[in-house]
Design a protein around this ligand. Structure first.
Ligand SMILES: Nc1nc2c(ncn2[C@@H]2O[C@H](COP(=O)(O)OP(=O)(O)OP(=O)(O)O)[C@@H](O)[C@H]2O)c(=O)[nH]1
Length: 453
């Protein structure tokens, strides 16, 4: 039982259905067996007790007729023998009585014997057997009475009183015996119907008990499952709400009253949908923030060019690739007389010059080339997979572009460039030293120049 409480909802529902179906099965099985039994008993009542009841009423009628006949003879006395028509009528009445009683007794005997033979008598077999004995003895008495009646009609005219008193005595005896037989048959019929009634009541009580037990168990288990589903759904919803609170704003979307028409699982589904949407929004926001942080960490604030940190990192990577057979070129760029620009036009204008320079350089370089600000007014371009000639041409184009630009809001200026290509066994120090030297040479040669080497 303890294990059951910890089982999954599916197992609980299955076991609940199993218990209820078992109950139903027991109720059906019990009802079928009991109804079969009742059916047999009803058949017994129909095949034995009903015909016997018919015999009872017939015998009662025969006896009534017989009493009337006896009363008539009692009044006629000796005169019976004086009138042949009266005698004949009386004789016919006795014969009819004898024949009818005999017929009914035979009929009763056959009904009981047939019932016993077919196994139809299931209730009070012994009582039925006693009935057979009583019928037999009544038969014997009836035959004896028949004999007395014959004697009466042969010798009654000579000694009416003697013969008639014998008939009266025997008739009473017959009355008593048939009365007892009728009473026994009556009781037996009553007992059989009471017994059948008891069986029906028993069936109803047992079915009611089983039904109530099934209802009780079913209701209890259903309530338990409903309660546990509701409490689990409630607990999951509470966790979702706390998660929303942890995430911050928008938490009022959960637990809204607009769920009134939905069931628990639909509400939970709706909550989860909101949470999923929120989490995916949060994830995209996080990616965006991360992207911005990376940008901030790798870009120069003033010009937007890559910063010194990124420069060191990428230069190292390119050197490693070059050492495995790749190639790249470097251009080192410095604004000529930048101090003078600052001094003459102010630091703000100097900043704008730097921003303008970066914008223009970015327009000319390729997508794979990268522009870095590596000092105050000093920049570098990393030209991936580019030979020295090509890099030299690009440097010259850059120099020319700057020299010839004409923007009214900015003072004119020039740049000097040193350009070198990656060489075997180059490292960070050697390549930087070489390109720095070239830039120095360009400066030394009068500035606004490109030195390649
Ligand atoms: N406006 C501005 N000026 C800067 C910035 N960073 C450095 N500088 C200035 O750039 C100037 C560099 O001057 P120098 O090193 O003498 O070089 P130069 O005047 O360009 O002379 P040459 O390089 O020899 O042609 C300094 O005055 C710095 O203050 C910056 O972010 N904005």
């Amino acid at each position: 039982m303890f294990k059951w409480f910890n089982a999954s909802i599916t197992r609980k529902v299955s076991s609940l259905s199993f218990v209820l179906l078992s109950f139903l099965f027991v109720v059906i099985l019990y009802s079928v067996l009991k109804l079969q039994k009742i059916n047999y008993e009803m058949r017994e009542v129909a095949q034995i007790d009903v015909p016997l009841s018919d015999v009872i009423s017939q015998i009662e009628l025969i006896q009534l007729k017989q009493h009337l006949l006896m009363e008539t003879i009692r009044q006629q006395k000796q005169a019976l023998f004086d009138h042949p028509s009266l005698k004949k009528k009386a004789l016919l009445g006795f014969n009819d009585y004898n024949r009818s009683l005999s017929e009914q007794l035979v009929k009763a005997m056959q009904v009981i014997q047939n019932g016993l033979k077919r196994g139809g008598v299931r209730i009070q077999v012994a009582d039925h057997q006693t009935l057979i004995k009583q019928i037999r003895s009544l038969h014997i008495e009836r035959e004896a009475f028949d004999h007395l009646v014959n004697q009466f009609f042969l010798h009654g005219d000579t000694d009416f009183s003697l013969h008639w008193s014998n008939i009266e005595k025997h008739c009473k005896k017959l009355d008593t015996q048939s009365g007892m037989l009728l009473k026994n048959i009556d009781q037996l019929t009553l007992k059989a119907s009471l017994y059948t009634e008891r069986q029906e009541q028993e069936l109803m009580i047992v079915n009611a008990i089983l039904g109530i037990a099934a209802l009780f168990i079913g209701t209890y288990l259903t309530l338990y499952i409903v309660q546990s589903v509701r409490s689990r759904v409630g607990s999951i919803r509470w966790k979702i709400e706390s998660l929303h609170r942890t995430l911050g704003e928008d938490s009022d979307e959960v637990g809204a009253n607009s769920y009134q028409d939905l069931d628990e699982f639909s509400v939970l589904e709706a909550d989860l949908n909101i949470l999923t949407n929120r989490l995916s929004k949060e994830r995209s926001n996080r990616y965006e923030v991360e992207r911005q942080l990376i940008e901030l960490a790798t870009r120069d604030k003033l010009t937007g060019a890559y910063n010194r940190h990124k420069w060191d990192e990428l230069l190292k990577e390119e050197l490693a690739l070059a050492n495995r057979g790749g190639r790249f070129s470097l251009a080192l760029i410095d604004v000529d007389y930048f101090k003078k620009i600052n001094d003459m036009h102010g630091h703000g204008v100097g900043d704008k010059v730097l921003q303008f320079l970066v914008t223009e350089l970015n327009k000319l370089i390729r997508e794979t080339d990268m522009l870095f600000r590596i000092g105050g007014e000093e920049f570098a371009i990393l030209l991936k997979n580019t030979g020295l000639d090509e890099a030299g041409k690009l440097a010259e184009a850059l120099r020319l572009k700057v020299e010839t630009f004409n923007t009214p809001s900015l003072p004119r200026f020039t740049i000097s460039l040193g350009v070198t290509g990656s060489q075997e066994s180059d490292d960070q120090v050697s390549i930087l030293k070489r390109v720095d030297m070239l830039l120095y040479k360009a400066k030394g040669a009068g500035r606004n120049q490109v030195k390649i080497g």
